[in-house]
Design a binder for this molecule. Structure first.
Ligand SMILES: [Zn+2]
Ligand SMILES: [Zn+2]
Ligand SMILES: [Zn+2]
Length: 160
């Protein structure tokens, strides 16, 4: 993975956004899925920062000329983006984040949530995934997509 888990405050975020949108378009084309205008708007709103947004914040940000999308429209777009692995839900915040890490769908991701700046980093770990599956199977348990969320302080906030 070439990207840092937490982006420095002065990173080229336009590049992040452009890369993520290009990736989303390529992926949808490859899977014969449509990145409709509302899906694209929701993804763009989430790509505005590396911080999670609640559904109602997304509605505010995708409003055009004061016309706000219905919550169901936004939730459907979010469902689509999550199915495609372009967006993740941060359970503990009841919020959503655009994925800029381009990892496999269904891969275990550890979300690192900074309590100071609110940014969320993703640390993919095959080793952790393997251990968890082993532990779950030992308990006779069949895990679905595991989600791990860890709160703390990111390197930029700790050093700042
Ligand atoms: Zn960025
Ligand atoms: Zn991700
Ligand atoms: Zn931070």
């Amino acid at each position: 993975m070439s990207q840092p888990i937490f982006h420095s405050p002065d990173h080229d975020h336009d590049r992040c956004t452009a890369d993520a949108l290009a990736h989303a378009e390529a992926l949808c084309a490859q899977r014969a899925q449509r990145l409709t205008p509302i899906r694209r708007q929701v993804l763009t709103a989430l790509l505005d920062s590396h911080k999670p947004l609640g559904a109602y914040e997304i509605i505010d940000r995708t409003a055009t000329d004061g016309a706000r999308a219905a919550p169901i429209t936004i939730y459907r777009a979010l469902d689509f983006l999550r199915e495609q692995g372009l967006v993740h839900r941060i359970e503990s915040r009841n919020a959503f984040i655009a994925c800029v890490n381009n990892h496999a769908n269904g891969e275990l991701v550890v979300f690192l949530i900074c309590d100071t700046c609110g940014e969320v980093g993703e640390a993919a770990s095959a080793a952790v995934a393997g251990e968890l599956k082993t532990a779950a199977r030992a308990a006779g348990f069949t895990p679905k997509a595991p989600v791990i969320e860890i709160t703390g302080v990111c390197a930029h906030c700790r050093n700042g």
